[in-house]
Design a protein around this ligand. Structure first.
Ligand code: KIV
Length: 279
């Protein structure tokens, strides 16, 4: 069996200039296959609100729901590191509540949590959470949980001042103890500049080719989620067609009497069967 990927493994990748992979998963089987495929980090992203639960955005999901999916993914991920997104408002009201919610995820199998944003409060929380044994992956640039404040899905760090501001945040998060930082929707030159100035790995989510790692929503990669496709996502498969095709064949087979067949049923012995009609 492969060794478990830990914060230490990711740090070694950074030091060796070796890229690593991250993908989201929300259920046991998908986590098992991603683990088998060698994906380094499996993220129970709050994107699950939209792609798995059909919510309009990521802000509607709660701690209880994230906990259930975390438990399922953790059961499937033997070697991959498991990181859970802390849902909107579950970590921003006060430190004790935040630590208690973070603890819930770790107790249910997460190896680390992901927190969006950077301000004095988040920096303190990153420090306290790490000290308490719950490592933190930070997330800056476009932060979907703040989309109502940002006013839409806008690229972040688009000029020198904005890039320097992101760098300042990234350096503060590194100093506070974050073990990695997701940069979302940032121009690749800005992401490269930031990555070069940090000792911890950066993970690109639409931040180009020069980060230390890449992360995508697995349903985009599999071609399963079809409501929209971000510019930066790559579709490697067509699960939507596969599901449609299987479901249509099954539907036809049920209605035409072609399912189930002789091999797919349980049988009485001929003697027992004869009794049925003669008793
Ligand atoms: O919710 C999510 O899936 C994320 C990404 C970084 C992919 O936060």
């Amino acid at each position: 069996m492969k060794n478990k990927i830990t914060v230490k493994t990711l740090q070694k990748y950074k030091e060796a200039n070796e890229k690593f992979s991250a993908l989201t998963a929300y259920d046991y089987s998908t986590a098992k296959y991603l683990d088998e495929a060698g994906i380094d980090v499996i993220l129970i992203g709050d994107s699950l609100a939209m792609v798995a639960l059909g919510y309009e955005n990521t802000t509607s999901i709660g701690v209880e729901e994230m906990m259930i999916f975390t438990r399922a993914v953790a059961k499937g991920a033997k070697s991959s590191m498991v990181v859970t997104d802390m849902p909107f408002m579950s970590y921003t009201t006060d430190i004790p509540t935040a630590l208690s919610n973070i603890g819930t995820m770790i107790k249910n199998g997460a190896n680390a949590v992901k927190l969006e944003g950077c301000n004095e409060y988040i920096l303190e929380l990153v420090k306290r959470s790490t000290q308490m044994g719950a490592p933190v992956m930070a997330h800056i640039g476009f932060t979907p949980q703040s989309q109502n404040v940002i006013g839409g899905h806008y690229i972040q760090g688009k000029n020198i001042n904005a890039t320097l501001k992101l760098l300042e945040q990234a350096q503060q998060l590194e100093k506070a103890g974050a073990f990695a930082i997701v940069l979302e929707m940032v121009p690749e030159e800005s992401a490269k500049y930031i990555s070069e100035k940090l000792s911890i790995p950066t993970i690109s989510c639409g931040a180009g080719r020069y980060c230390d790692a890449q992360v995508l929503v697995s349903d985009d990669l599999f071609g399963k989620f079809s409501d929209f496709k971000p510019k930066f996502a790559r579709k490697y498969g067509d699960m939507k067609s596969l599901i449609l095709d299987c479901a249509k064949q099954y539907n036809n087979d049920v209605k035409s009497g072609n399912f189930p067949n002789e091999d797919e049923v349980f049988k009485l012995t001929p003697e027992e069967c004869a009794l049925l009609y003669t008793h």
